[in-house]
Design a protein around this ligand. Structure first.
Ligand code: DGJ
Length: 736
């Protein structure tokens, strides 16, 4: 039920001023989750400042006096806590907003006007605060949405004006936070193809650290908008104050961390303003993307679990639903297949016992057949040679094997060798007077153009209209934007610097339209591996592809890092021929997310096939715990010779535990000590059972023994990991 609190002032406190003995009126705005609060306060010059970011206080009246406890003597330093820092007036630090008025003036002052608190439901509260320039008709509204139980905060801003003409925005951040701790440790996640989500933690020093992308599409190829910020100590799993999250935007982003002279930290996040000056017409609203983060005083473990719960409940498409296990043909065939071969592969999917067969790249293009990555993108008609009977035939044949059918597309892209490019060169992002630069032999379509948006929508719509039983889409995006120029924006008289923003907005429009018509179908977000994976796109996708690197040893590290930000239900993990580890190790690692296979099932030996079948049955028995449960990261592979993780069901009656050798040196130490569990109930009794045992392998584990949760968490058990059994999966089941 939506209840709206119409009171504009949450607290208007009157208290005695120390110096003048007069009553002063103060506006204090606490933005509060279950455990944390951001306290904003309007100062004597009507500027909105952040006076506190920390644990909630029981006596809310005390929020009004927090600022009195700080003594930043340099009178300028006090300004660095602006809740949205303007430029060109009193500010000398990195601004949140930077603009040029229609008369050429570059100054902006923002003063508090009013705020509103809306209780969307009992768990979600939205505070909006209106700030205005006293001289120019420019308005910024700051939004703070709080998911109370999950301690998740979502912030964005909206900018509008009423000047005559176009307001030129050089910078337009989503959020501007301020922290008054002693030290700050920032973890960033760096990437590259097959090297996604490599974590670096460093202590922030005075000056600005900025993390950004200028790549347009496939924006996270090198850096990611994900972060962990730990206060006063390096990030730890079960202790310490942290915030972790991301800027939810599928395009160019910029996160800036600036320490002032007192080591207060200013954190600004938003669309990257590089080459992105935005010309805003009067009375139009520019809405910035959301900065999302979970807050915890108990380390990254709790923060991740809260972010996962939030993501499943509020963000990922069908986040609390089910997922389909699948067999993908990409690595089994690459571009080299025909319909007979595919039908044969369907049998493999059936033999394995997975839900769906996913046909990857290479099924389309006739004048320019898609037989390699240098032709065909854009021409989404079945290749007649490979698939003479079309996709409909494949859907039917898959059905005969009781397997659903899904398909790969890369609808934002075009090869110069394609009929689409020949017909519509003006739909392509390219400089008219420079040589084209290709990324994977392809170019990016201009999604700022509504006609291109329709074209991309129709690719998907057409596939479903023709094949109503199509059950899955893998949406790929392999190229960055080089030589950015839009013929459409030029024709419309819109600045070229809008392109990177309008591209992403165009993409979201298409996805929204697809979801309006296709409300159920699962879709995987992919970008040449993990070049895209953000919570704005995940409103439309059920899952994402973290990386083409499926070497399970690498995946232990990569999935560990992804798990800081994303829940397992959204993380696709496939068993492939990558890596030297055993089939068991591969399946165990892939079972920590949404399980899939990308192998030729006919190449498995009889024993291997039986092993896979059993492992998939096991997966089906515990997948609900992995998908909907709570993750406890127990032993970090980055600092140990093993990794250990446990997922427990919400009611803590079931848990599934994974343990891997990640470094073969010091063999004696794999099982020298017990592994202490977490996420169980001390007073419950659990029966332990090892599953996915490889043929002939034997661990020293006392199978079927019963332990109290207390014992498992305080003493732990020896999981039997050793040089031969390099991967162990245990189920814990409550004994009633
Ligand atoms: C990149 C993806 O990450 C792969 O899984 C595969 O779909 C290829 N593209 C196909 O071109």
């Amino acid at each position: 039920m939506i209840a709206k609190n119409l009171s504009l002032m949450f607290i208007i406190l009157c208290f005695l001023s120390n110096t003048s003995n007069v009553f002063a009126q103060e506006t204090v705005i606490p933005i509060q989750s279950q455990s944390h609060v951001i306290v904003l306060k309007v100062d004597g010059e009507k500027r909105l400042r952040t006076v506190y970011f920390g644990e909630v206080l029981n006596d809310k009246k005390e929020y009004a006096i927090i600022d009195k406890s700080y003594q930043f003597k340099d009178r300028h330093v006090g300004i660095s806590n602006s809740a949205y820092t303007p430029s060109g007036t009193w500010n000398y630090l990195e601004p949140a907003i930077d603009l040029v008025h229609t008369d050429g003036n570059i100054s902006l002052e923002l003063q508090y006007v009013k705020h509103d608190v809306e209780n969307i439901d009992e768990n979600v509260q939205l505070t909006s605060i209106v700030l205005k320039d006293p001289v120019y008709p420019v308005q910024v509204t700051l939004f703070y949405k709080v998911f109370i139980k999950e301690n998740v905060f979502e912030q964005w801003s909206e900018i509008k004006h009423n000047e005559k003409g176009l307001l030129k925005l050089n910078k337009y951040a989503s959020a501007n936070l301020f922290f008054t701790d002693r030290d700050y440790y920032l973890t960033t996640f760096n990437s590259g193809w097959a090297k996604e989500m490599r974590a670096d933690e460093s202590k922030l020093i005075r000056g600005i650290r900025s993390v950004d992308s200028k790549l347009g599409a496939r924006a996270m190829l090198l850096q990611s908008p994900n972060f962990i910020l730990s206060f006063n100590q390096p990030a730890a799993e079960n202790s310490g104050s942290v915030i972790l999250g991301q800027l939810a935007w599928s395009g160019n982003f910029k996160l800036e961390y600036e320490l002032d002279g007192y080591k207060n930290l200013r954190f600004l996040a938003g669309i990257n303003n590089h080459a992105s000056e935005y010309h805003l017409p009067a009375n139009e609203v520019l809405k910035t993307p959301s900065l999302l983060y979970a807050v915890s005083n108990n380390g990254t473990g709790e923060a991740s679990r809260n972010l996962h719960s939030w993501a499943r409940k509020y963000r990922v498409f069908d986040g609390e639903g089910e997922r389909l296990t699948l067999l993908n043909n990409w690595e089994a065939t690459y571009f080299d297949f025909d319909q007979e071969k595919l039908v044969d592969l369907f049998k493999g999917a059936k033999k394995l016992g997975v839900d769906l067969f996913l046909l990857d790249d290479g099924w389309f293009g006739n004048k320019h057949p898609r037989n390699s990555d240098n032709a065909g993108l854009g021409d989404w008609k079945e290749n007649k040679k490979k698939l003479p009977d079309g996709i409909g035939y494949l859907v039917k044949e898959a059905k005969k094997e009781s397997v659903k059918f899904g398909i790969w597309i890369e609808p934002e892209m075009v090869n110069p060798k394609s009929e689409l490019y020949e017909k519509h060169p003006d739909w392509v992002i390219r400089q008219p007077v420079r040589p084209e630069i290709y990324f994977r032999n392809q170019l990016v379509l201009d999604l700022s153009n509504p006609k291109v948006q329709d074209y991309v929508y129709n690719i998907v719509d057409h596939l479903f209209v023709e094949n109503p039983e199509l059950a899955f889409i893998k949406w790929d995006c392999n190229a960055v934007i080089y030589n950015g120029h839009s013929a459409y924006l030029e024709k419309e008289g819109i600045a070229q610097s809008h392109l990177s923003v309008e591209y992403v907005k165009g993409l979201y429009k298409v996805l929204k339209k697809i979801r309006a018509k296709y409300e159920k179908v699962p879709m995987m977000l992919c970008s040449g591996g993990g070049g895209r994976g953000d919570y704005e796109a995940l409103k439309y996708f059920t899952e994402f592809w973290p990386s083409d690197n499926t070497d399970p040893l690498e995946r232990v590290f990569m999935q560990w890092n992804y798990s800081y930000i994303f829940p397992s239900i959204a993380t696709d993990c496939h068993v492939t021929n990558w890596g030297k580890q055993s089939l068991k190790y591969k399946i165990d690692v892939a079972s920590m997310g949404k399980l899939g296979f990308d192998i030729d099932v006919d190449e498995l030996s009889e024993k291997e096939l039986i092993f896979c079948q059993k492992a998939i049955q096991n997966y089906n028995s515990f997948k609900s715990t992995v998908w909907h449960g709570d993750l406890y990261r127990l032993i970090d592979p980055h600092t140990n010779n093993q990794a250990a993780l446990l997922y427990s069901s919400q009611d803590k009656s079931k848990a599934v535990f994974f343990n891997y050798v990640v470094d073969s040196r010091l063999k004696d130490y794999f099982n020298s000590h017990p592994v202490k569990m977490n996420g169980l109930v001390a007073t419950k009794k659990y029966r332990v059972k090892e599953i996915n045992q490889a043929n002939g392998s034997k661990t020293d584990l006392d199978n079927y023994k019963e332990y109290t949760g207390e014992f498992l968490m305080k003493v732990g058990i020896n999981t039997g990991l050793n040089a031969h059994n390099r991967s162990v999966v245990l189920l814990f089941e409550e004994v009633k």
